[in-house]
Design a protein around this ligand. Sequence first.
Ligand code: ADP
Ligand code: NI
Length: 217
Amino acid sequence: MNKEIIVVETEKMVREKLFNEQTGHDWFHIERVTKNAIEIGNKEGANLFVIRLAALLHDLADDKVVESEEKGLENIKSWLNLQKVSKTDADHIIRIIQTISYKGGNFKELETLEAKVVQDADRLDAIGAIGIARCFLYSGSTGGAIYDPDKEIRDKMSVEEYRNGSSAIHHFYEKLLKLKDLMNTKIGYEIAEQRHRYMESFLEQFHKEIGKQNTIY
Ligand code: ADP
Ligand code: NI
């Protein structure tokens, strides 16, 4: 099948599935990640067909969005099969989706340039102004506080602990401020640096307003 048609059909399917998603993984997240991924992938000379499909499908295996990761991956495989994506591309896309998720810092080695590009694109959407908005949205959707000064900032976490955040502000120190130095590509890093500074100034202002010194960085 024509690759452009496959991308358009996939877009339609994902848009319908994630339109009402409430934890910050909605269609607009997917749209931004796909746009970032194309921009970075273009500069890096990566396989844009694989990148676009992986970016579009990447959250359909997330355990926050579907009942289980295995079930999600099975559905993605069936979809790629139905669209007659070649086995090589389909295996590559599945591998990207399996390896890029953050989940509390339990890192997996990325095998291809395309995986690195999609991971960078996903991470960019977790930082900067968008990242701040998504963090509070996620926290609110799970009943978390804006800030709980009595809780410790955690370093290493299990997936379970990661999901039950200490508070939205804690999440900046437990994840969001770490992402800049974990970027894989040069252009990804450049965009991340600017977004990182924006989060730092937000946190500085936040601590100023609550009358506490921000001593973390
Ligand atoms: P990934 O898709 O890389 O696994 P997540 O699904 O864990 O990332 O996170 C998706 C979004 O929700 C991100 O913007 C992330 O920062 C935010 N988020 C995840 N866990 C928390 C938390 N405990 N508190 C606040 N925001 C969170
Ligand atoms: Ni995502």
